[in-house]
Design a protein around this ligand. Structure first.
Ligand SMILES: Nc1nc2c([nH]c(=O)n2[C@H]2C[C@H](O)[C@@H](COP(=O)(O)OP(=O)(O)OP(=O)(O)O)O2)c(=O)[nH]1
Length: 132
């Protein structure tokens, strides 16, 4: 049985652009693009996990707003249950710590990156249904 991994991702929108982050070479899914975030801890609400992860990883604070997409994707290392939320920056500005690159893209540019497979449904939804 593969392990279930519950993950939250932040779609941080600022000035009509979305923050995209690139995973490093030594991680699972090397060099793939993702939304900053991480694993939900036991007993934690998804929104609280997301605020915590963004503070740890990007050194800034976000307001978690509406849910965009929930995807279940089976990787070789486990089954990722990814939930993404629109977020506003409320304190500080995202900085590179764990990722090797970040980009701010308009939603019609998002599909140009090589995203982690679990993120594709969210990317499609953002491109089709959202205007920032
Ligand atoms: N943070 C984040 N993780 C994602 C996204 N899409 C996606 O498939 N994932 C996967 C990558 C990881 O396997 C898992 C998130 O765990 P994590 O953020 O703690 O990743 P990590 O590399 O530090 O952990 P690990 O896999 O090395 O144990 O979910 C996404 O958009 N954001």
């Amino acid at each position: 049985m593969k392990k279930d991994i519950y993950v939250v991702g932040a779609i941080i929108v600022e000035d009509g652009k979305v923050l995209c982050a690139q995973r490093g070479p030594d991680k699972s899914l090397p060099y793939k693009w993702e939304f900053p975030g991480g694993k939900i801890e036991k007993g934690e609400l998804p929104e609280d996990a997301l605020k915590r992860e963004i503070e740890e990883e990007m050194n800034c604070k976000v307001l978690v707003k509406e849910k965009v997409e929930h995807t279940v994707y089976e990787y070789h290392f486990g089954i990722v249950h990814l939930t993404t939320f629109i977020c506003d920056l409320i304190e500080g500005y995202p900085v590179l710590t764990e990722h090797i690159a970040i980009k701010w893209l308009r939603n019609n540019e998002l599909a140009s990156l090589d995203w982690a497979p679990a993120d594709i449904p969210a990317i499609e939804k953002l491109s089709k249904e959202y205007t920032f």
